[in-house]
Design a binder for this molecule. Structure first.
Ligand code: NAD
Ligand code: TYD
Length: 383
């Protein structure tokens, strides 16, 4: 157990206006009123301050519009606010965009992470206590491990489960991503995340910086930008637009409800061991086509449409380049060492998610039209 004075009190959360970041900011602002939380975000197309409307007036919440690649600004800010913890989520995060524009991914994900690391290093090393009580927590993805074999395309009873595992859930192979697995990224996105993970570990190994890295599986839930599979498809079903399924829809992803990821981040930030890696996932593999059918079923039911009426929207399209076949996280280390468990069964998580998007049409319409950007651009045009 850490002593009271070692607990971080002034924390930068980068990318806090994005999908996962907004859930982490909300959790920390609500749970730790004694902390000062600085949401540092550039507000790219994926950053939306409307995601934080419910907490924006809280006295311990501060928004800082900044680019993490702006080293001079970041260093000055860390010094001025005497920052003792950084939870780093800011990134370019969409694989399809990375295939079209890899440079932006290298810039933000690699150079941005390096800029934060170097700024934190310079400031923390200048202090009498140096790295004592400090923490640099880097949020990464399971995609850095590459693709797993689909050795059981029909699915088998999973060898691992959690209390919240659904009865319907299957595993599609015998291998899983464990923390000691070699990195084998395939997409420009995962290559950029892998590179940033290496820099974070290098700062621990070279300078003794107190770092932690976590690699999480695919997240879903409220406030996800509708370019990713689940919110895109909910929106398209709502508007009766085609659902573009890449390839045969047989690729497998391991899905985690975003609030469960945020809870894991809280636990790991406070109790995780320095220099460790933790994989985060709920043993919840699904083929894309099965998720898509589940989403159609749920949307149609909630909108009072004839059951499964919109299955005909499924449209098979050309596969994504280098499309990874299967991701599946082994999170037993996190579960056994730090006692984290996912809270929801997948079917409940999907119901909550669909309900949220259908109840928040205005949010969806704003982000699909881009209106939120011009609004906040005007508000924060000073910096
Ligand atoms: P997101 O795309 O929804 O949000 C990213 C945020 O970062 C946005 O608010 C954006 O404005 C901000 N940002 C981008 N470039 C910036 C810059 N140069 N300076 C400051 N801010 C900048 O992403 P997300 O899905 O919430 O993912 C957050 C993190 O979690 C990423 O590091 C991602 O790699 C990781 N991750 C995501 C998933 C997932 O399923 N979404 C799974 C595992 C890990
Ligand atoms: P996505 O949400 O982009 O996450 P990631 O690529 O990080 O796993 O995609 C999830 C899966 O859904 C992935 O296998 C690609 C597939 N997909 C489609 O079939 N159609 C789509 O329009 C999108 C966005 C994704």
């Amino acid at each position: 157990m850490e002593t009271e004075e070692k607990v971080q009190k002034r924390i930068i959360i980068t990318g806090g206006a994005g999908f996962i970041g907004s859930h982490v900011v909300r959790l920390f602002v609500n749970k730790y009123p004694e902390y000062e939380i600085y949401n540092m975000d550039k507000l790219t197309y994926a950053g939306n301050l409307a995601n934080l409307k419910d907490i924006e007036e809280r006295p311990n919440y501060h928004f800082v519009k900044a680019d993490i690649c702006d080293f001079d600004f970041v260093l000055k800010f860390i010094q001025e606010k005497n920052i003792d913890g950084i939870i780093h989520l800011a990134a370019e995060s969409h694989v399809d965009r990375s295939i079209k524009d890899p440079f932006t991914f290298a810039q933000t994900n690699v150079m941005g992470t390096l800029s934060l690391l170097q700024a934190a290093k310079l400031y923390w090393e200048s202090l009498p206590e140096k790295y004592d009580g400090k923490r640099f927590y880097h949020i990464s993805t399971d995609e850095v491990y590459g693709a797993l074999e689909m050795s059981h395309p029909q699915g088998i009873k999973p060898p691992f489960s959690t209390q919240a595992s659904s009865d319907q859930h299957l595993a599609y192979g015998d291998t899983f991503f464990t923390e000691d697995l070699k990195y084998q990224p395939h997409s420009p996105y995962s290559a950029s995340k892998a590179s940033s993970d290496h820099f974070v570990r290098a700062f621990h190994d070279t300078y003794g910086m107190p770092t932690i890295v976590t690699n999480c599986s695919n997240n879903y839930g409220p406030y996800q930008f509708p370019e990713k599979l689940i919110p895109l498809f909910i929106n398209n079903i709502r508007n009766r637009k085609p659902l573009p399924v890449y390839g045969k829809g047989e690729n497998v992803r391991d899905w985690l409800y975003v609030e469960d990821h945020a809870r894991a981040i809280d636990i790991i930030f406070h109790k995780g061991k320095i220099a460790e890696t933790y994989n985060i996932g709920g043993f919840n593999e699904w083929k894309n086509i099965d998720i898509i059918k589940c989403v159609i079923h749920t949307v149609d039911k909630m909108l009072g449409r004839n059951e499964d009426e919109d299955m005909n929207l499924i449209t098979y399209v050309t596969d994504r380049l280098g499309h990874d076949a299967r991701y599946a996280i082994d999170s037993r280390k996190l579960q056994s060492e730090l006692g984290w468990e996912p809270s929801l069964q997948f079917e409940e998580g999907i119901e909550k998610t669909v309900r949220w998007y259908l109840d928040n049409e205005e949010w969806l319409e704003n982000v699909t039209s881009g209106d939120y950007q011009s609004y906040y651009e005007r508000m924060y045009s000073q910096r």
